[in-house]
Design a protein around this ligand. Sequence first.
Ligand SMILES: Nc1ncnc2c1ncn2[C@@H]1O[C@H](COP(=O)(O)OP(=O)(O)O)[C@@H](O)[C@H]1O
Ligand SMILES: [Mg+2]
Length: 239
Amino acid sequence: MNEQIEAYAKRLKLSWIRENYHTVEAEGQQEYLLKLFEREVENREERKTNLLLKQAQLPKTGNQPFQWEHIQIPQGIDRTTVLNGDFTNEKENLILYGGVGTGKTYLATLVSLNAIHRFGSQIKFYTVASLVNKLIDANKQGTLSKLMKQIEKLDLLVLDELGYIPLHKEGAELLFQVISMCYENKSIIITTNLQFGQWNHVFGDPILTEAVIDRLIHHSHLLLFTGDSFRYKESLLHE
Ligand SMILES: Nc1ncnc2c1ncn2[C@@H]1O[C@H](COP(=O)(O)OP(=O)(O)O)[C@@H](O)[C@H]1O
Ligand SMILES: [Mg+2]
């Protein structure tokens, strides 16, 4: 009989039940069945979350609470809506602007974690440099449309560190394609050390830059990170 149970559970893709049904204790039939279903669903959700986390490729973070003291939030959004990732349901964007070590990457990562846990969002974290390299590579290999489709499936695209490296023409155009595709379809978080006025230096072409900013700014919230570097503060603490 055990073999049959396992075979049926396998056909029904009840993998937790298949492996664990004999360990569940209950008062009666109904309670037993309820426990089986509960654990199967829990286990499935856990596996789904783990897969989403793996796919997102978020940077490792500490677990200190996020400090908002030196962050200016515009009207129309609040800390909770930002941190919980609620803005992604409206397909809105965040632009996190400020100096090094002020928490931009940390906030983008925390938002991503929350959106995965709360909504089961599909997210991918890239540095701008790594995405652009990947796009150029894919273009060479003839797999650009495949990569674009992968990005199109996401709920949230994180582009970290816009501004550290100027892009070549091809890279800038491909990045523009990605941003255009996301426009009004999904959320983007961009972290940057450059004001919009300087984005020219990244995209290299004023018309392209204007088109990028035009797409982004439409449904975006610009957060200003005005604090001192936490890295610096932390290194002082550890001296
Ligand atoms: N606002 C903040 N609240 C809590 N910790 C922070 C904050 N900002 C920075 N940190 C800490 O400093 C580290 C570096 O910040 P990071 O997000 O990498 O800065 P940025 O991306 O702006 O250069 C983070 O991993 C975190 O440990
Ligand atoms: Mg960073």
